[in-house]
Design a protein around this ligand. Sequence first.
Ligand code: ATP
Ligand code: MG
Ligand code: MG
Ligand code: MG
Length: 474
Amino acid sequence: MKTAALRQAFFDFFQQQGHTVVPSSSLVPADDPTLLFTNAGMNQFKDVFLGREQRDYSRATTAQKCVRAGGKHNDLENVGYTARHHTFFEMLGNFSFGDYFKREAINFAWTFLTGDQWLKLPKDKLWVTVYASDDEAFDIWSKEMGVPEQRIIRIGDNKGAPYASDNFWQMGDTGPCGPCTEIFYDHGPDVAGGPPGSPEEDGDRYIEIWNVVFMQYNRTAEGEMLPLPKPSVDTGMGLERIAAVLQGVHSNYEIDLFEDLLKAASGILGGVATTEASLRVVADHIRSCSFLIADGVMPSNEGRGFVLRRIIRRAARHGNKLGAQGTFFHKLVPALVSLMGEAYPELARTQAQIERVLLQEEEQFAKTLDKGLRLLEQDIADLEGTVIPGKTIFTLYDTYGFPVDLTNDIARERGLTLDYDGYEAAMNDQRERARAASKFGIDYNAGLQLEGKTEFSGYERVDGHETIRTVIVD
Ligand code: ATP
Ligand code: MG
Ligand code: MG
Ligand code: MG
């Protein structure tokens, strides 16, 4: 089943169950400063869950554009390393606003996945998790759906546990949240990984396909858990992950859509193998970057725009690693538009703008990328030990426009780590110098002369790392 047909089957199923099909909302959350990008289907319904907004339906279904490249759910650093994570993906969801609750939600999910008229997945390949104390969900799975108890795993909210599972879902530090139940698909013994809740679960063998959240609380900024006006349901299933299952492939990057996108990327990059991790990174990143620009985000040195810039630069670096001569990233836009422009007309409508913005950003970074890489290579060659010094990280950031996560991406490929403390210290030194200089009336905001002309425009905090905002103008 092709990805597009799967999206449609999901809508058909939930429409039959009385759900209204609601269009995806923008990747830029409307009126929600707590959220960097839309990261789940429920975001656009946040106020409905909270009882602050009324709709003329109590059941909805969506395919939501999501970006997880910053904030609470950040998968940027997973891309290129797992078979299942993207920076941009589509989340299929069904929602109950005080209408049905656990029993129906579980029943719907199970029927869609295993029902004769629907996806017909083999039941013995499916595992489920429930929130540790949620006996009700456990019993529904076991007694009503007939899932054997040994494939129903109880998982808590995982404070301090060494593995990733966490069966309490929250979109961010505040907002609607609740215990959840998750459905995993076992891709079989030739893929590495252990069942959910085991220390090996981070592999790609048992892949989480669907998360069903029993929305019951609103977490306030003070950390209080207030009950929602009515218990509700929010679910999310990654379209690319379920497509992989149905297409009999182990990796999201082998589904129809990605095969086509990877072929296009390979064509542009001189025939690189489509299994190459860097090519997958490039194919992933063109989706997030293009969709973000289509929704009005522009590369910049702060907030959302800075995250976009980081993704573009990461793509540029991976292209460079594959031997790209000059700019290449923007050339992927037509292929993406032909694959996804029908489902997302905003992409087709803004194609020219996307290409222009990407080209400009690539050209700007190309001026410092090679020099920065050479500096880093030299430092790595001289390195005693396995930790890249903070000063190098800082210079790469400040002078050559390498976001820290980009440097980290390179370090990780070599089995090296970063001295974040040293980096912070170098940052503080810079800040001190700026402060001291300003006492003597030197205006740093007028521009620092480093490598090329660099403008210094202050400090900001991105994902817990304080970074200096600089812009390389030429
Ligand atoms: P994982 O544990 O695999 O990182 P998650 O628990 O963080 O996934 P949820 O927040 O529960 O994911 O999102 C709902 C569903 O969206 C997941 O079950 C999965 O199918 C899909 N999904 C989540 N993150 C990604 C991603 N980065 N790329 C592709 N699909 C994703
Ligand atoms: Mg995750
Ligand atoms: Mg998970
Ligand atoms: Mg989950």
